[in-house]
Design a protein around this ligand. Structure first.
Ligand SMILES: [Zn+2]
Ligand SMILES: [Zn+2]
Length: 379
């Protein structure tokens, strides 16, 4: 991935700039680099695009918060083609369900991502292509830390009243220390960064406020999801303990390979082998569709290996839409093996009649005609 400039730098504002300041700076820069004012200037045009891209993110409170926390990665994800690239063409569609799931409730208590939270958890779930087509609800088992019930997450035998502001760091969670010529900040050794100390630690969680537990989380995977997509479940990560809000749970979706179908975005490909005589005489075949139904495809006489047939609207589901892509059948003609005596006789007879018939096998005839010319030209 190419290095990307910081959106704040592009808009020439500080990271703490207000929405108004961002808007003002954007207007000024957009005017300056507008293509109408710089006809034929490619650099200005590129700059103009950059400015708009940066403004698209920073003007939106939620996207800005996501960007503050995760940088450009917030808008890349593992989504792959057709994913959630906000720099590009998502425009008309607005925010996706997944985007909302990923970043929507970030604003609740996590403004700008600066608040302390419990750890995020990563896990992954495998689904079948059929499940990706219909969408599916999955129970995901995660080993996580949850608030200790014995002390209600306070870490103290005496409940909330037993928790005091850390005397070493006065609640900051960090201490400054001289290291050679430098003053460095490091987590407070007394409270380990929590800013609070527990007088009489809870016996169940040893004052942590959290205990390890296996949890089952239900995740709704939408129809049309792409392989590699990450879904974020806000607040489903590890509990922070001592009243710190929990982190988030990230679930990466991987889609199993399918024995019949290959998927490319909204389209589905299916290779169907035909017997030689079927391809020569023409036929009608029945093929499976990802939705579990069947459909018929007419194969015209004289069909060659590699021929494609498009079945409109029989492809994959499209995220957040009732639309469907197309299905493509690609046929291969299978040369028969293990012939019976009778079959062999029939084919030998067939071959006698077929030999050198230009209309029957134009490619074959054309090729061997060029071969003849090749040798004759040499002599
Ligand atoms: Zn401390
Ligand atoms: Zn406890």
């Amino acid at each position: 991935m190419a290095t990307q400039l910081d959106y704040y730098a592009i808009l020439e504002v500080s990271r703490t700039a207000t929405a108004d300041e961002i808007k003002k700076s954007y207007r000024k820069l957009a005017m300056k680099y507008h293509p109408d004012r710089n006809p034929g200037d490619d650099a200005a045009e590129a700059k103009f695009k950059e400015i708009n891209q940066a403004y698209d993110i920073l003007k939106d409170e939620q996207k800005r918060a996501a960007y503050d926390q995760y940088g450009h990665a917030a808008f890349e994800g593992g989504a792959g083609p057709g994913g959630f690239d906000f720099g590009g063409g998502f425009g008309g569609g607005g925010l996706g369900d997944i985007f909302e799931q990923m970043f929507g409730d970030m604003m609740g208590g996590r403004r700008g991502g600066r608040a302390r939270t419990g750890n995020d958890i990563q896990t992954h779930v495998e689904i079948t292509l059929e499940e990706a087509f219909t969408g599916v609800k999955k129970d995901v088992r995660v080993i996580t830390r949850v608030a200790c019930e014995a002390c209600h997450g306070t870490g103290s035998e005496d409940g909330a009243s037993g928790v005091e502001v850390c005397p070493s760091c006065h609640g900051a969670g960090k201490v400054r220390a001289q290291q050679g010529f430098f003053v460095v900040e490091r987590p407070c050794p007394t409270c380990h960064g929590a800013g609070k100390v527990v007088k009489n630690p809870c016996k169940v969680c040893h004052g942590e406020g959290t205990i390890e537990k296996e949890r089952t989380v239900e995740v709704q995977i939408p129809a049309g999801v792409e392989d590699g997509t990450r879904i974020r479940l806000s607040g489903e990560g590890e509990a922070g303990g001592n009243g710190v809000p929990p982190g988030d749970l990230y679930i990466q979706i991987s889609i199993d390979e399918h024995g019949i179908f290959q998927r490319d975005g909204a389209n589905i490909y299916c290779r169907v082998p035909l017997r030689m005589a079927q391809a020569a005489l023409g036929t009608e075949i029945e093929v499976p569709v990802i939705d579990g139904s069947r459909t018929k495809v007419k194969i015209p006489a004289g069909t060659q290996t590699g021929a494609h047939f498009r079945l409109r609207g029989k492809g994959f589901s499209v995220l957040r839409s009732t639309a469907r892509g197309d299905m493509y059948i690609q046929v291969t003609v299978e040369t028969p093996q293990n012939l019976s005596k009778r079959q062999r006789e029939l084919l030998e007879e067939f071959e006698k009649e077929a030999r050198e018939d230009v209309k029957q096998s134009p490619e074959h005839t054309g090729f061997f005609r060029r071969v003849r010319d090749f040798f004759e030209g040499k002599e």
